[in-house]
Write a protein that binds this ligand. Structure first.
Ligand code: PRP
Ligand code: URA
Length: 209
């Protein structure tokens, strides 16, 4: 199966992306913009989430509704993925949250793992969504997806704010079955692995470091 890349196209999304890109936007507003964008991304990514038809009684009559049956987990990559968690949990509070610790080595740009949340635990998830604002080289996202698959998750998605073409190509090559949903697909990486035009260092800008 070949993954799709879906880039949101909406004036509200563009508005909040512009807030995120602006170098003068302070951390509290970065977090606000991230929280506003995250539900739009999840709405698109989880269109096919398994659900069952159920009977529901309104104050006036019985009708049919749908209830999600999938055991859903969010898998934010520390640190920047943290910014997406509050909004993700508002959209689906029953989800479990699996925090992955990866940072990029500044020289090699390869992900270095410092926290694996799944080791030694049984896997009960049907669907996992990797949350990370930035898909740059794609190394961190691909590593998190590999862990989730090794753990036994049958279906994994990637949801982010901004992707570089290099990151999309890498994630697609490593995990062709993983659909990617982002708010923007930017031009390229610079020679230090930063996305252009991008928004800079997402973790630093979200948390004021
Ligand atoms: C950033 C970002 C991603 C990663 C993307 O994290 O949040 O996790 O870089 O880059 P990649 O696609 O090239 O792997 P960073 O390493 O800066 O860690 P931090 O969030 O803790 O600052
Ligand atoms: N990580 C970030 O936070 N920003 C980039 O542009 C690339 C990687």
């Amino acid at each position: 199966m070949s993954a799709k890349v879906y880039v949101l196209d909406h004036p509200l999304v563009d508005h909040w992306l512009t807030v995120l890109r602006d170098r003068h936007t302070p951390p509290e507003r970065m977090r606000q913009a991230t929280e506003i964008l995250t539900p739009f991304l999840l709405y698109q990514a989880l269109r096919d989430l398994p659900a069952e038809t159920v009977e529901v009684e309104t104050p006036l009559e019985r009708t049919q509704g749908r209830r999600i049956t999938a055991r859903l987990g969010f898998a934010p990559i520390l640190r920047a993925g943290l910014g997406m968690v509050p909004a993700a949990l508002r959209v689906f509070p029953q989800a479990s949250v699996w925090y992955f610790g990866f940072y990029r080595d500044e020289e090699t740009l390869k992900p270095v793992e410092y926290y694996d949340p799944v080791q030694g635990r049984p896997c009960h998830l049907d669907v996992a969504v990797v949350l990370d604002p930035m898909l740059a080289t794609g190394g961190s996202a691909a590593a998190a997806v590999s862990r989730l698959k090794e753990w036994g998750v049958p279906r994994v998605h990637f949801v982010g704010l901004i992707a570089a073409p290099e990151g999309v190509a890498f994630l697609h090559r490593e995990h062709p079955d993983v659909p990617i949903v982002v708010a923007a697909l930017d031009r390229q990486l610079n020679d230090r692995g930063y996305i252009l035009p991008g928004l800079g260092d997402a973790g630093d800008r979200l948390f004021g470091t």
